[in-house]
Design a protein around this ligand. Structure first.
Ligand code: PEP
Ligand code: MN
Length: 522
């Protein structure tokens, strides 16, 4: 039951109502809103009639709460709850992006990832130290040492840290070192653990169990809140369905449902939600579009070698690529993602322009845009500060379209960089050179590899917007007869093999890139 109090009512009348309720064996959770004060009643209210309560002078309105979840219920707390984690607010106008590896593996690994995700605009650093693995033979995490490394990395870059607790035994160290304590899917109904977490003040990230309903998630949340800790952030991370293409089925409908029936912030974990690194970008965009307050993304510096969850982990450059795109989705929702400095390059992660941008701006958020026009448009319209595009290659000559676009009087060139270019023939593992029938790449790359291509007369050349996008499409086709001409980085990012190394006509092959920005008005 919920009692809405009259505005400006005497304290004495409120106190008399409260003691009457306490005498009836109920406990009271007052919620002070900006306009109204509400008393939430916890306990068995079945013997209490609405009329009987309405008789009290302090009462404006009485509502019955039919749902079994009370403290997490929006009826108890009509305004959105905003939870402070370190200096980050979760559930407000800002979309929070938590990033980091599934598991902390070494000091070097976590330090490097922490710096890179911070540069790209992440608001918190995640990292598992106590890993609840399906197999007892799988890596179990660095445990306390892992937590210390995560803490050190978080402090070094100034990000609050998030890590999973699996056992109340470690509560004290989590309380001391971790800013946001995660309860994983496997422990969502570990009620003893939940009650212990309810007795501390640290914010809790409660993930939905993979076989649990939305209501069960809220009831688990009630266990924490009922003990006193109101700082709970909910997280949709995918549930088990009959679908097995993805690791789990990310139930995005849970987000608007939870936002409607609860006042607590809701995050989405696209990484565990699908288990596929390439699906993290579209699902993160979708999460923001359906009203999530943030996302938690697994980022690893070498996913192929990750000790846990490599297939769903994206690299720091992929993370950096996604962030400015998420910022656009947030903007459409009237939300905000703050990224310190953004640079746009032509292509996707692994394009040569990406390499150039990374060399010049190692500490900026770098994003790729598919067409040259997109890069110019983003810079001219102030969505991105700096653009990096190729202008000339020693073998293939000038990039005419870029030369034309640079003529815009509002553009100012601020730097140039020349990079040695090695083109690779790349394809899914196990592809034979003799079985290749289609080669995807940018036209300029075909021009740089004329001699090699003359040895493959039976191949159809398919022009693509960028070399990196060509590598991505070949990875998606995975048909053993398609290959791409792209960089070594593009091969690595798309989990492709190098079938033939350095296939450009001359060993010495350079591309010049220009760096530009919008002219500052005098
Ligand atoms: C994790 O965050 O690494 C994790 C184990 O998540 P979940 O509990 O959602 O599987
Ligand atoms: Mn994981």
């Amino acid at each position: 039951m919920i009692i809405v109090l009259k505005t400006g009512v005497d304290n004495e009348k409120v106190e008399s109502l409260k003691s009457w309720l306490i005498d009836k064996g109920l406990s009271i959770a007052p919620i002070y809103g900006t306009e109204k004060t509400v008393l939430g009643l916890v306990g068995d209210t079945s013997h209490l009639s609405i009329d009987e309560v309405s008789m009290h002078e302090a009462v404006e309105k009485v509502l019955k709460v039919q749902e079994p979840y009370k403290k997490a219920n929006r009826k108890f707390h009509p305004e959105n709850t905003v939870i402070k984690v370190g200096n980050v607010l979760v559930g407000g106008k800002d979309i929070v992006v938590i990033a980091g590896p599934c598991s902390v593996e070494s000091e070097e690994q976590i330090m490097q990832i922490a710096q890179q995700v911070k540069n790209a605009g992440a608001s918190m650093l995640r990292g598992g130290a106590f890993k609840p693995r399906t197999s007892p033979y799988a890596f179990q995490g660095l445990r306390t040492e892992g937590l210390m490394l995560l803490k050190r990395a978080g402090d070094a870059v100034g990000l609050p840290i998030v890590s999973e607790i699996t056992n109340p035994y470690y509560l004290e160290i989590f309380e001391q070192y971790v800013d946001l304590i995660q309860v994983g899917a496997r422990n969502m109904q570990n009620f003893e653990l939940l009650k212990e977490l309810g007795r501390i003040k640290k914010p809790i990230l409660l993930k939905r169990g993979f076989a649990n309903t939305i209501e069960e998630l809220l009831m688990a949340c009630e266990y924490i809140m009922n003990e006193g800790n109101q700082n709970v952030i909910l997280c949709e991370r995918g549930i088990r369905t009959h679908e097995n293409y993805t690791r789990n089925t990310l139930d995005l409908s849970a987000v608007p449902a939870l936002k409607r029936i609860s006042h607590l912030p809701v995050l989405v974990d696209p990484s565990h939600g699908c288990g596929l690194s390439w699906m993290v970008e579209p699902l993160s965009k979708a999460a923001i579009s359906v009203g999530a307050d943030g996302v938690i993304i697994e980022v690893h510096n070498n996913p192929a070698k990750a000790l846990s969850d490599g297939p769903q982990s994206i690299t720091p450059s992929e993370f950096s690529y996604i962030m400015p795109k998420l910022r656009e989705y947030a903007r459409l929702e009237g939300r905000h993602i703050s990224i310190p400095h953004t640079v746009a390059y032509a292509g996707t992660p692994g394009s040569f322009a990406n390499e150039a941008a990374e060399k010049l701006y190692p500490t900026h958020a770098l994003t790729g845009l598919e067409h040259f026009e997109d890069v110019f448009d983003a810079v001219l319209n102030n969505r991105i500060e700096i653009g990096v595009v190729p202008v000339e290659n020693t073998l293939a000559g000038k990039v005419e379209r870029v030369q034309e676009l640079l003529e815009d009087e509002n553009i100012e060139i601020i730097n140039r960089i020349k990079l040695p270019i090695k083109q690779m023939l790349v394809a899914p593992a196990g592809t034979e050179l003799s079985s290749i029938r289609k080669i995807y790449s940018h036209e300029k790359a075909f021009e740089q590899c004329k001699k090699f291509l003359s040895t493959m007369p039976e191949c159809r050349l398919i022009p693509y917007s960028t070399t990196s996008a060509a590598a991505a499409v070949v990875a998606a086709l995975n048909d053993k007869c398609s290959a791409a001409i792209a960089s070594e980085t593009a091969a690595r990012l798309n989990r492709l093999e190098i079938i033939k190394d350095s296939i450009q006509d001359e060993e010495e092959n350079y591309t010049e890139f220009v760096v530009f920005r919008r002219k500052k008005r005098a």
